[in-house]
Design a binder for this molecule. Structure first.
Ligand code: BEZ
Length: 212
């Protein structure tokens, strides 16, 4: 297992899933990707998460993000569990769940934290850019279900800052003012951002979201 750091290439893999064999890079193509692990099938928090993720699929699609879940049970188990998720969450799981029985992918992505649990994965999230570099990693404990609004918010920030010389402040949401990149002088920023630049401190300059 190699440590993955931001900016590294996401390790490629081919694995069985709820929809058959999947190769990560082929599956993602030129899209962004979100890979998220679940401790085990037929567990309550995971059931709510996967149902919620399915309901967010349109939001991920709008951002050109392909979803891929993972749990350390087999494909047959996943497909039985999906029936439950669809029933209780009133949705249809509409993305693959990797069947990582041999823990190959969990090991590759360091999703098992033995002091938390020896055999089940923690709740890892990886966001992968179209060039296959890892742009975000978050690790939640098994006892905390993820906030999918937050994951969309981070994707909005990543996609905005990939194309504009800005960063996003605390609690930023799509459309709100953004921070001018520290690498840009205020003088240059005033040329670059036609909607105006407000200098609060020489190192803290705000500008309206250039895409809003
Ligand atoms: C759950 O998904 O509900 C869960 C899984 C493992 C440990 C705790 C909760």
């Amino acid at each position: 297992m190699a440590t993955i750091r931001l900016g590294d290439k996401a390790p490629d893999f081919t694995a069985d899933s709820s929809v058959g064999m999947i190769n990560l890079y082929d599956y993602l193509g030129d899209s962004w990707g979100i890979l998220f692990s679940h401790p085990a099938d037929f567990t309550p928090v995971c059931t709510t998460e996967l149902g919620t993720a399915a309901k967010f699929k349109d939001d991920f699609d709008k951002r050109n993000v392909k979803m891929l879940a993972l749990s350390v049970d087999g494909a047959a188990s996943h497909n039985e569990w999906i029936k439950d998720i669809n029933e209780v969450e009133h949705t249809k799981v509409n993305f693959p769940i990797i069947a990582d029985e041999d823990k190959k992918v969990s090991d590759l992505y360091d999703m098992i934290h033995p002091k938390a649990d020896n055999s089940l994965t923690v709740r890892s999230v990886f966001i992968i850019a179209p060039d296959k570099t890892v742009k975000l990693m978050i690790t939640y404990p098994a006892s905390t279900g993820r906030n999918f609004y937050e994951l969309l918010r981070v994707i909005d920030s990543l996609q905005l800052t990939a194309n504009h010389k800005v960063a996003t402040p605390a609690n930023w949401k799509n459309g709100e003012d953004v921070v001018v990149s520290p690498a840009i002088s205020t003088e240059d920023a005033k040329q670059m951002f036609s909607k105006g630049v407000k200098e609060i401190k020489p190192y803290l300059r705000m500008t309206p979201d250039p895409t809003a």
